[in-house]
Write a protein of this length. Sequence first.
Length: 487
Amino acid sequence: MSTLITNARVVRPGADAPEDGELLDLLIEDGKFIRIEAGISADAADTVIDAAGKIAFPGVVDAHQHWGIYNPLGEDAETESRACVQGGVTTSLSYMRTGQYYMNTGGSYADVFPKVLEATEGRPYVDYAYHLAPMSKEHIAEIPSLIADHGVTSFKIFMFYGSHGLHGRSVDQSEFLMTPEGERYDLAHFEFVMRGIQAAREQLGDKAEHISLSLHCETAEIMSAYTKIVEEEGTLQGLAAYSASRPPHSEGLAVTIAAFLADETQLPNINLLHLSSRKAMTAAMRMAKAFPHVNFRREVTIGHLLADIETAYGLGGKVNPPLRPRDDVEALWEHLLAGDIDWVVSDHACCKDEKKFAEDRGDIFAAKSGFGGAEYLLPGLVSEGRKRGLSWRRIAELTSLNPASRYGLPGKGDIAVGMDADIALVDPDHTWTVRPEDSESTQEYTPFEGFELGAKVTDTFVRGQRVLADGSVSGSPAGRYLHRPYK
C-alpha cells in the first residue's frame, strides 16, 4: 500500500523550512518515505490525502511516559496511546521498574520484562520502547543482556527513592521497591548502576553511542525535611505547598551529585530528566562546564512549560518534580530559547480521578503524583513556543530528532527519504480550549483545563498509517515494539 500526502508545509530539523508558500508532497510506501518533492502525481499512490497547507512535523518521539503506573499496563498501552496521537506523538518511550505500582512485582528482568512486552503487544496506536530502572544488583548484572537480547538501550535512576516513595514519605523502602533483603537503593547503588552501564558500553562497543542513563534528580533527605516543615507550618496550601516541600535546591543538589558520579564512573551519556526550576537548570549548566567530557542532555516537560502553581487547574497538577512558581517557568523558557534544552516530553502518567484523590480530595500530600499530557505536547509547544519566537525547526528538533538520536532510534525523528513515515499535521491557526472530555485518555481531569492553545494536531501517521484523521482516532492499533538501535 502506498500513500501520498499532498500540499504540506514540511518541517525538517536542521532546516529553516517551511518557506512561506512552499508546498511539498510526501510519497510513502511500506511505511517509509520514498519521495519528498513538489508535484508528485496522484497516480503514484493508492491513497491520496490533501494536507491543505498544514504544517507537517516529524512524528513526536515522546521520550518520557509512564504506561501502567496506575492502570493495567495493557489498558494504558491502548487508551493512552490514543491520547498520544492527539498530540502528534508517534513513538512512546515509557519508564518501567520493578516494585510497587507498574507490574507490582520484584525479581529479575529476565522474568519481568517478557511479561511487560506480552502485556503491551498489539495494544498501542504508536510505536513504543521501554527504559528500565536497575533496582537491584541482579538488575545491574542483567544490563548487557537487556541491551543485546531485548534492545533496551536506556536506563534510569530515581534519586529520591532513597527515603521517599512515589507520592511522599516512604516508611519501608525495601517493601515499596521490592528489593532483596540487605540491599539498599541509595547513592552507592546509583554508582554501581553507572559502572554497570559503562561496562556494558565497553562490552557492546557497536551500540555504545545509543546506551545512556537518565536520572530523576531530587534529593530524598532535603524533600523529607522540607515536607515536614511545610506541613508543620501550615501556611501554604495546594500546589504551592507541594512545590515548597520539594524545593528547587533539592533538584540542583541531585544534579550535582549525579554529575560527579558520572565523572567518577566515566559514564559519558547522561540525561537529566524533567528539570523544573531555575536552580536545577543553573546546576545542570554548571555541571556541563565542570565536566565537559560528559555528554549531558537536558529535558523539560510540556507541563512545566505551560502551567505553574497558580494557573494549573486544581490539585490534579501534583507531579514529581512539582509544578513551580511562574519565575521558574520563565527560567525554563529562557534556557529553551537559548538552546540549553535538548528535548521536550509529556511525562504522561494517566492517574484516574478515583485513584488520584483516593484518600482526601483536599490534601495535596495525600493525592497521587502524576498526570497525563501527551495529547497537548506538540500543540502546546507550537502554541506557546511560536509566541516566544521558537522556530519550526527547533520545535522539530526538541520533539523528534534529538530524543530519537539519543535513545537509539536513528530511523525516526525526521522527514527524509528512507526513514519511517511518522508525521503530525498541525493547523497553526486553530485556537481551542482544553477540556478533559475531549481527550482520549481515561483520565477525567487535566491541570490544563481552560488553557487556550493556538495550534491543533489534525492528523497523525505512524509509518504511513493514519491513526488520527481530521482530529479523530482512526483505524486499529498500529504500534510496534522498537528493538534498539532501531534503523
